[in-house]
Design a binder for this molecule. Structure first.
Ligand code: SAM
Length: 239
């Protein structure tokens, strides 16, 4: 029997309220993959081509010899964003696609193994990890990551019933693990009036080092405007 409008609406509301929960996403990715026998990347909004001009210019500082630029796609889901950065970066990168959902991580691993994606730079590496991004410090040292991309992950946390504290924690962790030359890019449909205020308030909490935040419009999709919020750790002047 086809679910009624009310049932669909109830399910959607329940999902939005619980977008900070691993079980919500495990169910979401399991259901999406069961609809088809062949894997297809799922993009919450926009694909790599729409956001590549925000990302690729940040991967132009050559890493030291034998080192890789560290890139993290935080809350990757089954998006093609991380694999596309790996494929298209002329400089050597280690791209980590991380998600709290083991179902999403497994689907991505299986897909990439089956397709053997070739990178532009033969030293580049791609890996998939189950990771709770409120605990980035368990996986990365301080000042060790060059670029973090977040497409819809902070949005999901901020919109859920109990995720606002997690969104703050994720931001704190990002600033801790980013190099001073690094950046966090948040792709979001949240209006700049709200997101800039949130970012500026959060990065100026006691114990936080502060950050510079700029916003650019990405474009419109089905009547919704999307933005790129670039957050860079603020350099503390040495006296
Ligand atoms: C709105 S989806 C965006 C997925 C993907 N970035 C895209 O553009 O399609 C949010 C993603 O964040 C993940 N997520 C939620 N909380 C997380 C956390 N604490 N740590 C890591 N990933 C998380 C979810 O599993 C989900 O894949």
């Amino acid at each position: 029997m086809t679910p009624s409008y009310a049932e669909n609406w109830h399910k959607k509301t329940e999902m939005i309220e619980n977008m900070d929960q691993k079980t919500t996403w495990d169910r979401f990715y399991a259901q999406s993959s069961s609809r088809s026998t062949t894997f297809r990347n799922f993009e919450w909004f926009f694909g790599f081509d729409s956001v590549r001009d925000f990302i690729m210019p940040l991967l132009q500082t050559r890493p030291p010899p034998d080192a890789l630029l560290h890139v993290l796609d935080m809350g990757c889901g089954t998006s093609a964003l991380g694999p596309c950065i790996y494929r298209h970066s002329p400089l050597s990168v280690l791209v980590t696609c991380a998600d709290i959902s083991p179902v999403a991580v497994r689907l991505m691993q299986e897909h990439v193994q089956a397709r053997a994606v070739q990178p532009l730079n033969c030293s580049s590496q791609l890996r998939f990890m189950e990771m709770d991004c409120t605990q980035l410090h368990k996986h990365y040292g301080s000042s060790s990551v060059d670029l973090i991309v977040d497409k819809g992950t902070t949005d999901a946390l901020l919109r859920s019933k109990e995720g606002k504290g997690k969104a703050s924690l994720v931001l704190q962790q990002c600033l801790k693990v980013l190099r001073s030359s690094g950046s966090l890019l948040q792709f979001s449909d949240e209006d700049p009036d709200a997101r800039l205020l949130w970012l500026e308030t959060e990065t100026w909490q006691p114990g936080m080092m502060g950050a510079d935040v700029v916003v650019q419009e990405v474009g419109e999709l089905r009547g919704v405007f999307y933005y790129c919020y670039k957050v860079t750790p603020r350099l503390i002047e040495q006296r």
